[in-house]
Write a protein that binds this ligand. Structure first.
Ligand code: PLP
Length: 458
């Protein structure tokens, strides 16, 4: 049993990310103690299916001894090696080579970071350097997408377009611009795929012209917008936008921190739209969350410009833990597991997940079900025609999250009433069925809440 003192220690000392500090003090921490496969156990001994793979990162699932062994072996042999001063470790070199071999097109160069935020931050630095090297330093404007998420560094959080990452922090900067999200469920042009693609192209063109075609350095997007509410653009959207960026000579960055490593099916989601970006950022599934690591993939044509621009000088960007050998050893083992059956299992489990969620479509609270592979969302509404969100004043998102937890399921409940799903790729049929059945129970209970029932009745 969890001792109260642990809750008190947490309350007094541990600052939780993206939390209401006072809200957390009141609620207290929920401590997880162990996990295996897709199931986690909390300090009360309650077993929960982790429908969100931690923070959409434990793609391989929990409890793989081979990953633990790979990390232990590396720690015993060489726990740390800097990649500065021309040094390196075998595991980091091998992981870079394995990743480059699998990456689309000429994304042949890999820069390792500690996670997704510093991967995004690194691209911004490399992109500025690139344009200096090409004698176009005036290309210092960046465009991204409303409801996008590109991490929590000061620069990345400005590319992010979620209000609570900006308010009180003095960002975005004036060189960070946005175009509307292609959000099919709530797009003013309706849900026709071509109309959505055309609207985004028009918006991007207009933004480029407004900022100045010779001023724009890069465009950032996620193949599926994750933290914005699992927003799935129409097929062909990414390719059309990528081609427009090419026309204007603007670098194109695919942020695959969530979508990478089997989350949507293949290793990289941009291959589903036959897109080769100039940069690709990854993290999370790279090490399946067992240890921290991110990776920036850099196209060869970009790498060569930076290399030639620097000449004999050092490109001044690096971290103590860049290319950490233990993280790389974990990455190599995780890659083996993905290709040894987990990607395949994820595709099957993803189809079952989508079919199961689709079966909830007739529930009075379900406005839309969407997703791809093992990444999905259920958008809750109180009026299916008007697409009215749940009454926010009673914080139903937290209530839905708590109730799912009590039913033995971890999901993400976004504040606007969207439920997010990103289970481990190792899920069995029984795991997926439990996710669906517990979601249904949670929705049925939520519908009985007087405020929700009243709102649904109008
Ligand atoms: N980019 C995307 C698309 C993400 O979803 C995230 C995190 O969820 C990040 C960047 C930041 O990654 P991290 O939390 O590892 O810093």
């Amino acid at each position: 049993m969890l001792s109260n003192s642990l809750i008190e220690l947490d309350r007094a000392h541990l600052v939780h990310p993206v939390s209401s500090f006072h809200g957390h003090e009141q609620q207290g921490v929920r401590v997880l103690t162990s996990a295996k496969g897709a199931t986690v156990t909390d300090a009360q001994g309650r077993q929960l299916v982790d429908g969100f793979a931690g923070l959409w990162c434990v793609n391989a699932g929990y409890g793989h001894d081979s990953i633990v062994e790979a990390a232990a072996r590396q720690m015993r042999e060489l726990p740390y090696a800097t990649a500065y001063f021309g040094m390196g470790s075998e595991s980091a070199i091998r992981l870079a080579a394995e990743l480059a071999e699998r990456a689309p097109g000429d994304l042949d160069h890999v820069y390792f970071t500690l996670g997704g935020s510093d991967a995004v931050d690194s691209t911004v630095r490399f992109i500025r350097y690139y344009w200096f090297a090409k004698s176009q330093p005036q290309r210092d404007q960046f465009i991204s997408v409303e409801q996008g998420y590109h991490g929590s560094s000061t620069v990345g959080a400005g590319l992010t377009a979620l209000p609570n990452f900006h308010a009180g922090f003095g960002i975005p900067f004036d060189w960070q611009h946005k175009i509307p999200s292609p959000y099919p469920y709530r797009n003013p042009v309706g849900q026709d795929p071509q109309a959505i693609i055309n609207a985004s192209l028009t918006a991007l063109k207009a933004k480029i012209e407004e900022v100045g075609a010779d001023r724009v350095a890069a465009f950032y997007m996620e193949p599926i917008q994750g933290s914005g509410g699992v927003i799935v653009p129409p097929k062909g959207w990414m390719k059309a936008i990528r081609n427009l960026c090419k026309e204007y000579g603007i670098l194109f960055v695919a942020d695959e921190v969530i979508t990478g490593f089997g989350r949507t099916g293949p290793l990289f989601a941009c291959t589903e739209d036959e897109v080769v970006p100039d940069f690709m950022t990854t993290a999370k599934g790279l090490t399946s969350g067992y240890v921290p690591m991110g990776a920036v993939f850099m196209a060869d044509h970009v790498y060569q410009v930076i290399a030639d621009g620097a000449g004999a000088s050092a490109v001044g960007h690096g971290y103590t833990y860049s290319a950490h050998p233990v993280s790389a050893a974990v990455g190599l083992e995780v890659l083996k597991l993905y290709e040894g059956g987990l990607l395949e299992n994820g595709i099957k489990a993803g189809a079952r997940l989508m079919a199961g969620l689709e079966s909830l479509k007739d529930h009075p609270l379900v406005g839309e079900v969407r997703g791809r592979g093992m990444l999905a969302a259920v958008e809750l509404v109180t009026d299916k025609i008007a697409k009215t969100p749940l009454p926010a004043e009673s914080v139903p998102a937290r209530r839905v999250f708590d109730r799912a937890w009590d039913n033995g399921l971890i999901i993400r409940a976004f504040a606007n009433g969207i439920l997010g799903y990103a289970p481990p790729l190792c899920c069995t049929e029984a795991d997926i069925d439990a996710i669906i059945e517990r979601t249904k129970k949670t929705l049925d209970q939520t519908l009985e809440d007087p405020d929700v029932r009243k709102a649904v009745k109008g």
